[in-house]
Ligand binder design. Structure first.
Ligand code: FES
Ligand SMILES: [Fe+2]
Length: 396
């Protein structure tokens, strides 16, 4: 890596600075002789910064759950691409996102989730903003006792709105406003979800894990099933390697799936299925990654959402939200099934997190340089690496 990209001059870097010619050739070459991303993608602060400024600004990125913003006035602060963002439910019930920063002197406006119909008030000089982001008033603006409530003058300091759209319980934002419409972004997934009535989904539980590894390792591990026989004894007994097929990809979507021949208590036996689910979907599991970091698993009786949020170059937070069908999410008679699903996620994640953190540790080694890949299982990892590269390239 050129010295100028090592530290403080990160802003002047381009993605090519992190690859030498051979690494680039292996990234774009055939999987048999190719590689995925070099170590810098997991260890370099400059790479992380550039990735945030490009991939996470240009893409639709998950911001919050709709169930966290049910009522007018609910507001939820979140960091996207290293920038403070606040998602707000307006008086009209519409979800909007704003840069979470006061237009006066830049204080962060909302520090923690709140439910209140009152305006958003900056703690610094009490400028207040409506739930729709309009500047309402600035006290003492023209001197003691001389306040400004005039829309003619206030409108210049309205909050900066961020493009925001919602798919079921999942609120996405696109910081730079350049991504295609959300339904276009979702289409490769939604095209494959016919027969599943997502309006029947209800949130059951949410799990969170802090992981000492780059977010990409969590996503890569999520999509590739090659490690199942080695790391997940129960999962392998549920569906063996012989019954599994390699993940595929279409543009910015990675996908994998299987058919299971038997049910299993660990998968939440006895939970209600999607209404009117076509017979052939009654024994399928499918999982998807929407680049960069939003993933979901779809089963006849549940949908599990998985998000790996970068919190640093070598750390991320995994959020897993478990949805069940109708009263499968709440009724006492299904509590055993739900608890089994939760326990199963805890067990699987414990098995995964150790491995993910070991892969992060390995990225500090000169003995690794993008990897030697399985031509059968790993094309998806190379594709993911190319998506990162493309997303960080100026022309993308
Ligand atoms: S910084 Fe927000 S009111 Fe002054
Ligand atoms: Fe796993």
């Amino acid at each position: 890596m050129p010295a100028r990209c090592m530290t403080e001059m990160a802003d002047t870097c381009s993605v090519t600075d992190f690859f030498d010619e051979e690494q680039l050739a292996r990234l774009h070459g055939p999987t048999e002789t190719g590689s995925a991303l070099p170590n810098a993608a997991y260890t370099s602060e400059a790479f992380h910064r550039l990735e945030q400024d490009t991939v996470f600004r240009k893409s639709w990125v998950f911001a919050a759950f709709h169930h966290q913003l049910k009522n007018p006035g609910d507001r939820y602060p979140v960091d996207i691409a290293g920038r403070p963002v606040v998602v707000v439910c307006g008086e009209d019930g519409k979800i909007r996102a704003f840069h979470n920063v006061c237009r006066h002197r830049g204080a962060k406006l909302v520090n923690e989730p709140q439910s209140s119909c009152k305006p958003l008030v900056c703690p610094n000089h009490s400028w207040s903003y409506s739930l729709e982001g309009k500047l309402l008033a600035r006290p003492h603006f023209y001197g003691g006792g001389k306040h400004d409530h005039n829309r003619e003058t206030c409108h210049r300091a309205d909050l900066r709105e961020i493009r925001c759209d919602t798919w079921h319980d999942w609120i996405f934002v696109n910081l730079d406003g350049s991504a295609p419409e959300l339904n276009q972004y979702l289409k490769p997934v939604t095209d494959r979800l016919s027969g599943y009535d997502f309006t029947a989904l209800q949130i059951g539980s949410t799990l969170e894990f802090d992981i000492k590894a780059n977010w990409k390792l969590a996503i890569e591990n999520f999509i590739e099933p090659y490690h199942v026989f080695s790391c997940h004894p129960w999962l392998h007994s549920f569906v063996s390697m012989e019954e599994r097929t390699a993940p595929e990809f279409q543009d910015h979507v990675l996908l994998c799936g299987y058919e299971f021949r038997k049910t299993d208590p660990a998968r939440g036996e006895g939970l209600p299925y999607f209404p009117d689910l076509p017979e052939e979907k009654g024994h399928r599991g499918d999982w998807f990654v929407l680049f960069p970091n939003f993933a979901l698993e779809v089963f006849p009786d549940q949908v599990d959402v998985f998000i790996a949020t970068p919190t640093g170059i070598d750390q991320c937070r995994e959020t897993i939200a478990l949805y069940f069908i109708g009263d499968g999410a709440h009724a006492d008679r299904y509590s055993e099934g739900r608890n089994a699903v939760i326990q199963n996620w805890l067990d699987l994640n414990r098995e995964d997190i150790g491995i993910i953190e070991r892969m992060q540790a390995g990225r500090s080694s000169e003995g690794f340089d993008g990897g030697v890949l399985s031509p059968y299982w790993d094309p998806v990892l190379q594709h993911f690496a190319r998506l990162v590269y493309r997303g960080m390239s100026e022309e993308a």
